[in-house]
Write a protein that binds this ligand. Structure first.
Ligand code: MRU
Length: 364
Protein backbone atom coordinates (compact mmCIF):
# COMPACT_ATOMS: atom_id res chain seq x y z
CA UNK A 1 0.00 0.00 0.00
CA UNK A 2 1.08 3.57 -0.44
CA UNK A 3 2.10 6.08 2.21
CA UNK A 4 2.18 9.59 0.77
CA UNK A 5 2.35 8.09 -2.71
CA UNK A 6 5.25 5.68 -1.97
CA UNK A 7 4.45 1.96 -2.07
CA UNK A 8 5.43 0.00 1.03
CA UNK A 9 5.07 -3.48 2.41
CA UNK A 10 4.89 -4.07 6.16
CA UNK A 11 8.22 -5.91 6.20
CA UNK A 12 11.20 -5.72 3.90
CA UNK A 13 14.87 -6.63 3.70
CA UNK A 14 17.73 -4.25 3.03
CA UNK A 15 20.46 -6.28 1.33
CA UNK A 16 22.82 -3.28 1.31
CA UNK A 17 22.44 -2.84 5.05
CA UNK A 18 23.61 -6.22 6.31
CA UNK A 19 20.46 -7.99 5.16
CA UNK A 20 18.61 -6.37 8.05
CA UNK A 21 14.84 -6.61 8.41
CA UNK A 22 12.69 -3.49 8.40
CA UNK A 23 9.25 -3.02 9.91
CA UNK A 24 7.04 -0.15 11.00
CA UNK A 25 6.91 0.22 14.77
CA UNK A 26 3.19 -0.28 15.31
CA UNK A 27 3.40 0.83 18.93
CA UNK A 28 4.18 4.35 17.66
CA UNK A 29 1.25 4.66 15.27
CA UNK A 30 -0.84 6.66 14.55
CA UNK A 31 1.27 9.51 15.88
CA UNK A 32 4.59 8.62 14.37
CA UNK A 33 5.62 6.44 11.44
CA UNK A 34 8.90 4.98 12.65
CA UNK A 35 10.85 2.35 10.78
CA UNK A 36 12.63 -0.23 12.94
CA UNK A 37 15.73 -2.03 11.72
CA UNK A 38 16.07 -5.54 13.14
CA UNK A 39 19.41 -7.32 12.95
CA UNK A 40 19.14 -10.27 15.35
CA UNK A 41 16.57 -12.92 16.18
CA UNK A 42 16.38 -11.45 19.70
CA UNK A 43 15.28 -8.12 18.25
CA UNK A 44 12.73 -9.91 16.09
CA UNK A 45 11.38 -11.86 19.07
CA UNK A 46 11.18 -8.64 21.10
CA UNK A 47 9.33 -6.87 18.28
CA UNK A 48 6.74 -9.65 18.10
CA UNK A 49 6.28 -9.96 21.88
CA UNK A 50 5.88 -6.24 22.44
CA UNK A 51 3.65 -5.91 19.36
CA UNK A 52 5.90 -3.55 17.45
CA UNK A 53 4.82 -5.97 14.77
CA UNK A 54 1.48 -7.71 15.12
CA UNK A 55 -1.31 -9.24 13.06
CA UNK A 56 -1.33 -12.96 12.36
CA UNK A 57 0.15 -13.06 8.82
CA UNK A 58 2.74 -10.39 9.55
CA UNK A 59 4.18 -12.03 12.65
CA UNK A 60 4.60 -15.23 10.62
CA UNK A 61 6.48 -13.38 7.87
CA UNK A 62 8.68 -11.44 10.30
CA UNK A 63 9.49 -14.59 12.29
CA UNK A 64 10.55 -16.27 9.04
CA UNK A 65 13.05 -13.48 8.49
CA UNK A 66 14.01 -13.76 12.15
CA UNK A 67 15.10 -17.32 11.48
CA UNK A 68 17.19 -16.11 8.54
CA UNK A 69 18.93 -13.64 10.89
CA UNK A 70 19.61 -16.50 13.31
CA UNK A 71 21.33 -18.49 10.61
CA UNK A 72 23.64 -15.61 9.77
CA UNK A 73 25.18 -16.11 13.21
CA UNK A 74 25.03 -19.89 13.45
CA UNK A 75 23.60 -22.10 10.71
CA UNK A 76 24.01 -25.39 12.57
CA UNK A 77 21.06 -27.74 13.05
CA UNK A 78 21.08 -27.18 16.80
CA UNK A 79 21.03 -23.38 16.61
CA UNK A 80 18.37 -23.40 13.92
CA UNK A 81 16.03 -25.69 15.87
CA UNK A 82 16.57 -23.84 19.15
CA UNK A 83 15.98 -20.38 17.69
CA UNK A 84 12.99 -21.59 15.70
CA UNK A 85 11.41 -22.81 18.95
CA UNK A 86 12.20 -19.49 20.63
CA UNK A 87 10.58 -17.49 17.80
CA UNK A 88 7.53 -19.79 17.70
CA UNK A 89 6.95 -19.20 21.42
CA UNK A 90 6.71 -15.41 21.14
CA UNK A 91 2.91 -15.37 20.78
CA UNK A 92 0.57 -18.34 21.18
CA UNK A 93 -2.72 -17.70 19.38
CA UNK A 94 -1.98 -16.81 15.76
CA UNK A 95 -1.27 -20.06 13.96
CA UNK A 96 0.48 -18.25 11.09
CA UNK A 97 3.52 -17.85 13.32
CA UNK A 98 3.83 -21.60 13.82
CA UNK A 99 2.96 -22.27 10.19
CA UNK A 100 5.74 -19.95 8.98
CA UNK A 101 8.36 -21.41 11.32
CA UNK A 102 7.39 -24.97 10.34
CA UNK A 103 7.58 -24.08 6.67
CA UNK A 104 11.01 -22.54 7.13
CA UNK A 105 12.31 -25.57 9.03
CA UNK A 106 10.88 -28.02 6.50
CA UNK A 107 12.59 -26.19 3.65
CA UNK A 108 15.89 -25.63 5.51
CA UNK A 109 16.51 -28.98 7.21
CA UNK A 110 17.61 -30.67 3.97
CA UNK A 111 19.90 -27.73 3.07
CA UNK A 112 23.60 -27.86 4.02
CA UNK A 113 24.45 -25.31 6.77
CA UNK A 114 26.71 -23.27 4.46
CA UNK A 115 23.80 -22.69 2.06
CA UNK A 116 21.15 -22.05 4.66
CA UNK A 117 21.30 -18.27 4.94
CA UNK A 118 20.55 -17.68 1.26
CA UNK A 119 17.89 -20.40 1.30
CA UNK A 120 16.25 -18.88 4.39
CA UNK A 121 16.01 -15.37 2.93
CA UNK A 122 14.61 -16.82 -0.29
CA UNK A 123 11.98 -18.87 1.54
CA UNK A 124 10.98 -15.95 3.79
CA UNK A 125 10.69 -13.80 0.67
CA UNK A 126 8.37 -16.37 -0.90
CA UNK A 127 6.23 -16.41 2.26
CA UNK A 128 5.91 -12.62 1.95
CA UNK A 129 5.08 -12.66 -1.76
CA UNK A 130 2.49 -15.38 -1.27
CA UNK A 131 0.88 -13.53 1.64
CA UNK A 132 0.56 -10.35 -0.42
CA UNK A 133 -0.96 -12.30 -3.34
CA UNK A 134 -3.35 -14.20 -1.08
CA UNK A 135 -4.60 -11.03 0.52
CA UNK A 136 -5.12 -9.40 -2.85
CA UNK A 137 -7.21 -12.42 -3.87
CA UNK A 138 -9.18 -12.20 -0.60
CA UNK A 139 -9.83 -8.57 -1.50
CA UNK A 140 -11.28 -9.54 -4.89
CA UNK A 141 -13.57 -12.21 -3.40
CA UNK A 142 -14.70 -9.96 -0.56
CA UNK A 143 -15.34 -7.13 -3.01
CA UNK A 144 -18.05 -9.28 -4.61
CA UNK A 145 -19.95 -9.30 -1.30
CA UNK A 146 -19.86 -5.51 -1.12
CA UNK A 147 -20.85 -5.18 -4.80
CA UNK A 148 -23.81 -7.47 -4.09
CA UNK A 149 -25.04 -5.11 -1.37
CA UNK A 150 -24.53 -2.10 -3.67
CA UNK A 151 -26.46 -3.79 -6.49
CA UNK A 152 -29.58 -4.00 -4.37
CA UNK A 153 -29.53 -0.35 -3.34
CA UNK A 154 -30.15 2.92 -5.19
CA UNK A 155 -26.88 3.97 -6.87
CA UNK A 156 -24.51 5.77 -4.52
CA UNK A 157 -26.21 4.69 -1.28
CA UNK A 158 -23.71 4.48 1.55
CA UNK A 159 -22.72 0.95 2.55
CA UNK A 160 -21.83 0.67 6.23
CA UNK A 161 -19.26 -1.91 7.22
CA UNK A 162 -18.02 -2.67 10.71
CA UNK A 163 -14.64 -4.11 11.61
CA UNK A 164 -12.87 -5.06 14.82
CA UNK A 165 -9.15 -4.77 15.62
CA UNK A 166 -6.80 -4.23 12.69
CA UNK A 167 -6.76 -6.67 9.81
CA UNK A 168 -5.35 -4.22 7.31
CA UNK A 169 -2.16 -4.06 5.28
CA UNK A 170 -0.08 -3.29 8.37
CA UNK A 171 -1.22 -6.60 9.93
CA UNK A 172 -0.16 -8.58 6.86
CA UNK A 173 2.61 -8.21 4.31
CA UNK A 174 0.31 -6.16 2.08
CA UNK A 175 -3.37 -5.39 1.44
CA UNK A 176 -4.73 -6.86 4.68
CA UNK A 177 -7.45 -9.46 5.01
CA UNK A 178 -10.64 -7.78 6.26
CA UNK A 179 -9.62 -4.40 4.86
CA UNK A 180 -8.57 -5.62 1.40
CA UNK A 181 -12.17 -5.83 0.08
CA UNK A 182 -12.90 -2.43 1.61
CA UNK A 183 -9.91 -0.81 -0.12
CA UNK A 184 -10.96 -2.34 -3.43
CA UNK A 185 -14.59 -1.26 -3.01
CA UNK A 186 -13.50 2.28 -2.21
CA UNK A 187 -11.05 2.32 -5.13
CA UNK A 188 -13.76 1.34 -7.60
CA UNK A 189 -16.00 4.13 -6.39
CA UNK A 190 -18.44 2.32 -4.11
CA UNK A 191 -19.69 4.53 -1.30
CA UNK A 192 -18.30 2.58 1.65
CA UNK A 193 -18.09 3.83 5.21
CA UNK A 194 -16.44 1.82 8.00
CA UNK A 195 -17.38 1.72 11.68
CA UNK A 196 -14.03 1.10 13.37
CA UNK A 197 -14.21 -0.60 16.79
CA UNK A 198 -11.58 1.07 18.96
CA UNK A 199 -10.56 -2.43 20.18
CA UNK A 200 -9.61 -2.03 23.81
CA UNK A 201 -7.24 -2.62 25.45
CA UNK A 202 -4.55 -1.93 22.85
CA UNK A 203 -6.77 0.08 20.54
CA UNK A 204 -5.64 -1.47 17.27
CA UNK A 205 -8.85 -0.17 15.68
CA UNK A 206 -8.56 3.40 16.91
CA UNK A 207 -4.82 3.61 16.28
CA UNK A 208 -4.11 1.39 13.28
CA UNK A 209 -7.30 0.74 11.33
CA UNK A 210 -8.34 4.38 11.52
CA UNK A 211 -4.83 5.42 10.44
CA UNK A 212 -4.84 2.99 7.52
CA UNK A 213 -8.32 3.95 6.31
CA UNK A 214 -7.62 7.65 6.75
CA UNK A 215 -4.35 7.41 4.80
CA UNK A 216 -6.24 5.71 1.96
CA UNK A 217 -9.13 8.19 2.02
CA UNK A 218 -11.74 5.65 3.11
CA UNK A 219 -14.58 7.29 5.10
CA UNK A 220 -14.68 5.84 8.60
CA UNK A 221 -15.84 6.54 12.15
CA UNK A 222 -14.17 5.22 15.29
CA UNK A 223 -16.63 3.85 17.84
CA UNK A 224 -16.41 2.47 21.35
CA UNK A 225 -16.27 -1.31 21.32
CA UNK A 226 -19.70 -1.51 22.90
CA UNK A 227 -21.44 0.63 20.26
CA UNK A 228 -21.69 -2.01 17.53
CA UNK A 229 -24.80 -3.75 18.85
CA UNK A 230 -26.67 -0.46 19.10
CA UNK A 231 -25.71 0.51 15.54
CA UNK A 232 -26.85 -2.88 14.26
CA UNK A 233 -30.21 -2.55 16.01
CA UNK A 234 -30.72 0.73 14.19
CA UNK A 235 -29.92 -0.63 10.73
CA UNK A 236 -26.61 1.19 10.51
CA UNK A 237 -24.42 -1.82 9.77
CA UNK A 238 -24.79 -3.69 6.46
CA UNK A 239 -21.90 -6.10 6.90
CA UNK A 240 -19.36 -7.04 9.57
CA UNK A 241 -15.98 -8.14 8.29
CA UNK A 242 -13.09 -9.14 10.54
CA UNK A 243 -9.76 -10.92 10.27
CA UNK A 244 -8.64 -13.86 12.36
CA UNK A 245 -5.64 -15.38 14.09
CA UNK A 246 -6.69 -19.00 13.79
CA UNK A 247 -9.61 -20.80 12.17
CA UNK A 248 -10.32 -24.41 13.05
CA UNK A 249 -11.08 -26.93 10.32
CA UNK A 250 -14.70 -26.71 11.50
CA UNK A 251 -14.86 -22.95 11.00
CA UNK A 252 -14.52 -21.62 14.56
CA UNK A 253 -12.74 -18.27 14.52
CA UNK A 254 -10.21 -16.93 17.04
CA UNK A 255 -9.78 -13.19 16.76
CA UNK A 256 -9.13 -10.15 18.92
CA UNK A 257 -11.07 -10.10 22.18
CA UNK A 258 -14.58 -8.74 21.61
CA UNK A 259 -15.09 -10.31 18.19
CA UNK A 260 -17.44 -12.93 19.67
CA UNK A 261 -19.73 -10.26 21.14
CA UNK A 262 -19.92 -8.57 17.73
CA UNK A 263 -20.87 -11.86 16.14
CA UNK A 264 -23.65 -12.38 18.71
CA UNK A 265 -25.01 -8.92 18.06
CA UNK A 266 -24.80 -9.49 14.30
CA UNK A 267 -26.70 -12.78 14.58
CA UNK A 268 -29.42 -11.14 16.69
CA UNK A 269 -29.81 -8.37 14.12
CA UNK A 270 -29.45 -10.53 10.98
CA UNK A 271 -26.34 -8.62 9.92
CA UNK A 272 -23.96 -10.79 7.85
CA UNK A 273 -20.76 -11.58 9.77
CA UNK A 274 -17.85 -12.48 7.45
CA UNK A 275 -14.31 -13.50 8.33
CA UNK A 276 -11.40 -12.92 5.92
CA UNK A 277 -8.32 -15.15 6.09
CA UNK A 278 -5.48 -16.56 4.07
CA UNK A 279 -5.27 -20.36 4.22
CA UNK A 280 -2.15 -19.99 6.39
CA UNK A 281 -4.55 -19.08 9.23
CA UNK A 282 -6.40 -22.41 9.12
CA UNK A 283 -5.39 -24.92 11.77
CA UNK A 284 -6.45 -28.23 10.26
CA UNK A 285 -5.45 -30.06 13.45
CA UNK A 286 -8.06 -28.34 15.61
CA UNK A 287 -11.80 -29.08 15.62
CA UNK A 288 -13.08 -27.15 18.65
CA UNK A 289 -11.84 -23.58 18.81
CA UNK A 290 -13.28 -22.78 22.24
CA UNK A 291 -11.53 -25.62 24.02
CA UNK A 292 -8.44 -26.14 21.85
CA UNK A 293 -7.11 -22.76 20.69
CA UNK A 294 -4.61 -21.27 23.18
CA UNK A 295 -5.69 -17.78 24.14
CA UNK A 296 -2.90 -15.33 24.88
CA UNK A 297 -3.13 -13.69 28.30
CA UNK A 298 -1.35 -10.35 28.16
CA UNK A 299 -0.16 -7.99 30.87
CA UNK A 300 -2.72 -6.49 33.26
CA UNK A 301 -1.07 -3.11 32.65
CA UNK A 302 -2.68 -3.05 29.17
CA UNK A 303 -6.04 -2.85 30.99
CA UNK A 304 -5.07 -0.61 33.88
CA UNK A 305 -3.36 1.96 31.65
CA UNK A 306 -4.18 3.52 28.30
CA UNK A 307 -1.63 4.85 25.87
CA UNK A 308 -2.09 8.07 23.96
CA UNK A 309 -0.64 11.46 23.13
CA UNK A 310 -0.66 14.38 25.53
CA UNK A 311 -1.34 18.02 24.66
CA UNK A 312 2.39 18.53 24.03
CA UNK A 313 2.44 15.81 21.41
CA UNK A 314 4.29 13.33 23.62
CA UNK A 315 3.26 9.68 23.66
CA UNK A 316 2.26 8.77 27.18
CA UNK A 317 0.41 6.19 29.27
CA UNK A 318 -2.14 7.03 31.93
CA UNK A 319 -3.65 4.87 34.65
CA UNK A 320 -7.44 4.45 34.56
CA UNK A 321 -8.08 1.96 37.40
CA UNK A 322 -7.74 2.38 41.16
CA UNK A 323 -4.39 1.40 42.64
CA UNK A 324 -4.56 -2.25 43.59
CA UNK A 325 -7.55 -3.32 41.43
CA UNK A 326 -6.56 -6.54 39.70
CA UNK A 327 -7.12 -6.76 35.94
CA UNK A 328 -7.37 -9.73 33.56
CA UNK A 329 -6.44 -9.48 29.92
CA UNK A 330 -7.37 -12.36 27.63
CA UNK A 331 -6.31 -11.03 24.23
CA UNK A 332 -8.47 -13.17 21.94
CA UNK A 333 -11.81 -14.95 21.94
CA UNK A 334 -13.37 -17.63 19.80
CA UNK A 335 -16.48 -17.06 17.71
CA UNK A 336 -18.19 -20.40 17.13
CA UNK A 337 -18.72 -21.27 13.46
CA UNK A 338 -22.51 -21.14 13.85
CA UNK A 339 -22.29 -17.35 14.22
CA UNK A 340 -20.14 -16.87 11.11
CA UNK A 341 -21.96 -16.18 7.84
CA UNK A 342 -18.97 -17.28 5.79
CA UNK A 343 -15.22 -17.27 5.28
CA UNK A 344 -13.41 -15.27 2.61
CA UNK A 345 -10.20 -16.99 1.52
CA UNK A 346 -7.77 -16.56 -1.36
CA UNK A 347 -9.62 -19.35 -3.17
CA UNK A 348 -13.09 -17.86 -2.76
CA UNK A 349 -15.82 -17.81 -0.13
CA UNK A 350 -17.27 -20.78 1.73
CA UNK A 351 -19.50 -21.57 4.69
CA UNK A 352 -17.72 -21.75 8.05
CA UNK A 353 -17.86 -25.54 8.11
CA UNK A 354 -15.45 -28.41 7.58
CA UNK A 355 -17.19 -29.26 4.29
CA UNK A 356 -16.94 -25.64 3.19
CA UNK A 357 -13.23 -25.37 3.93
CA UNK A 358 -12.45 -28.76 2.40
CA UNK A 359 -14.35 -27.82 -0.77
CA UNK A 360 -11.87 -24.96 -1.27
CA UNK A 361 -8.81 -26.84 0.01
CA UNK A 362 -9.37 -30.48 -1.05
CA UNK A 363 -5.63 -31.22 -0.76
CA UNK A 364 -6.05 -30.98 3.03
O1 MRU B 1 -2.99 -8.87 19.04
P1 MRU B 1 -2.96 -8.53 17.60
O2 MRU B 1 -3.03 -7.08 17.31
O3 MRU B 1 -1.79 -9.22 16.88
O4 MRU B 1 -4.27 -9.19 17.04
C1 MRU B 1 -4.54 -9.10 15.67
C2 MRU B 1 -5.90 -9.54 15.29
O5 MRU B 1 -6.67 -9.98 16.10
C3 MRU B 1 -6.23 -9.47 13.83
O6 MRU B 1 -7.59 -9.28 13.65
C4 MRU B 1 -5.81 -10.77 13.16
O7 MRU B 1 -4.46 -11.06 13.44
C5 MRU B 1 -6.00 -10.74 11.71
S1 MRU B 1 -4.75 -9.79 10.90
C6 MRU B 1 -4.98 -9.88 9.25
Amino acid sequence: MKINGTPYRSVWVNEKDGWSIHIFDQTRLPFSLDILRLTTQQEVAHAIRTMQVRGAPLIGAVAAYGLALTLRQDASDAAMEQNAAMLAATRPTAVNLHWAIDRMLNSLRPVAPENRVAAAYAEAGRICDEDAAQNEAIGRHGLELIREIAKNRPAGTQINLLTHCNAGWIATVDWGTALAPIYMAHDEGLNVHVWVDETRPRNQGAALTAWELGSHGVPHTVIADNAGGHLMQHGQVDLVIVGTDRVTRTGDVANKIGTYLKALAAQDNKVPFWVALPSTTIDWSVANGVTEIPIEERAASEITHVAGRDENGRQTRVQITPDGSPAANPAFDVTPARLVTGLITERGVCPATEEGLRSLFPEQ
